[in-house]
Design a protein around this ligand. Structure first.
Ligand SMILES: Cc1ncc(COP(=O)(O)O)c(C=O)c1O
Length: 379
């Protein structure tokens, strides 16, 4: 059996038809960048996220983070706190403004930023905090926002992997000053190319973000500030509009897949310490990824890589998110972090493995993956 990590060819025929219709609509309109499709997507996303926010369509999730930092005027001499265990863009954008990313560790069960470490790293130079809702699970926003509010530091939520995830009944990304989403094709709401979204409940800030998205212009060729080209294509907006009404059903299918993995792993009666399953923390989970963890054994080494090879040999594709924590990336070496400085992130980089979880995955495929993992791990 071959079990892919993701298989777009299994999307239902009705969606394919709607995507074709979206393409035809944009082709006929002759408006390929911004315009009514982008404006409609922004309204529909704002409404999906519970209303009360300005939603700004952008060229990517990376650009959403960069634009959020630019709007706050963050630059050289400033510090921005973010987790070490996340996708590169979270911290890469901080560096691109000239500011310094200050890496903190994550919680071992939830994989999201450890609020106590955030509190410990705040200095007079701290200009923003970026919690990441990693793999589709909400970070602990209550504690993070409490610390941020106490110090009057803005929170930029990296919700790139978490559109539709909730914390205390509210959509993540809408609780901080700004929230960033990615429409990269592998996300739960994926475009057929790059795309992103930035939201804020602050109307005045929203207006400024719209100008910054387009070279700092409100009025054509009048540049109030230096922005960039962070615009979203009409075609991607039209594709996303076809997918948005199906998003909750896709989340449900992923949750059902996760529940089946959980159940079958429980039934396989593996020794508890050999395999840790994704744990629901505070807030909900949309399972952009279903990430298991193989803790290091007596010799100090995890069998993660060997398990990955075993699964590959059986036709199961998996992925490692992320093999090197950000504080140990070559490009951040000048910041002076040493191995051992953020032990949870370093352990997760060695021990986690993402299994196939996409909505159209079949129960027999999940059963096969669990069986193969059990075969590999059984003493
Ligand atoms: C946590 C996180 N932040 C930021 C991004 C950047 O989004 P994009 O790929 O749309 O630029 C991603 C996407 O992979 C992500 O997973």
């Amino acid at each position: 059996m071959k079990v892919p990590l993701l298989d777009f060819s299994r999307q239902d025929a009705a969606l394919t038809g709607d995507l074709r219709a979206a393409f035809e609509r944009v082709l006929a309109s002759g408006q390929f960048i911004m315009g009514p499709e982008v404006e409609a997507l922004e309204r529909e996303c704002a409404s999906y996220l519970g209303g009360g926010v300005e939603a700004i369509g952008l060229s990517s999730g990376t650009d959403a983070i960069l634009l959020a930092l630019m709007a706050l005027g963050i630059g050289p001499g400033d510090e921005v706190i973010c987790p070490a265990y996340t996708f590169f863009a979270t911290a890469g954008c901080v560096s691109r403004t000239g500011a310094t990313p200050v890496f903190v560790d994550v919680l071992p069960g939830c994989f999201t930023i450890d609020p106590s470490q955030v509190a410990a790293r705040i200095t007079p130079k701290t200009k923003a905090i970026i919690p990441v809702h990693l793999f589709g699970q909400s970070a602990d926003l209550e504690a993070t926002l409490e610390i941020a509010n106490r110090h009057r530091i803005p929170v930029i939520e990296d919700a790139a992997q978490a559109i539709g995830t909730e914390f205390e009944g509210r959509a993540v990304g809408t609780l901080g000053l700004m929230g960033c989403y990615s429409f990269f094709p592998t996300k739960n709401l994926g475009a057929l190319g790059d795309g992103g979204l930035l939201v804020t409940p602050d109307r005045a800030l929203g207006k400024r973000l719209r100008a910054l998205r387009n070279h700092g212009m409100h009025v054509k060729y009048h540049h109030e500030s230096v922005g960039g080209n962070f615009r979203l294509d009409a075609l991607q907006a039209a594709f996303l509009r076809a997918k948005l009404p199906r998003l909750d059903a896709a989340h449900e299918a992923r949750r059902a897949n996760a529940a089946l993995y959980d159940k079958l792993f429980a039934e396989s009666a593996l020794p508890f310490a050999s395999l840790l399953l994704p744990r629901l923390c505070r807030g909900s989970h949309i399972y952009n990824q279903y990430v298991i963890r193989l803790p290091a054994e007596g010799n100090g080494r995890s069998r993660r890589d060997a398990l990955r090879q075993h699964l590959a040999d059986q036709g199961v594709t998996t992925e490692i998110y992320y093999p090197i924590p950000l504080h140990l990336q070559e490009c951040f070496a000048p910041l002076g972090y040493r191995p051992g400085s953020l032990p949870v992130s370093e352990a997760l980089a060695q021990e986690t493995l993402a299994l196939p979880i996409f909505p159209e995955l079949r129960p027999e495929e999940i059963a096969f993956v669990v069986r193969e993992i059990a075969t590999f791990l059984k003493p």
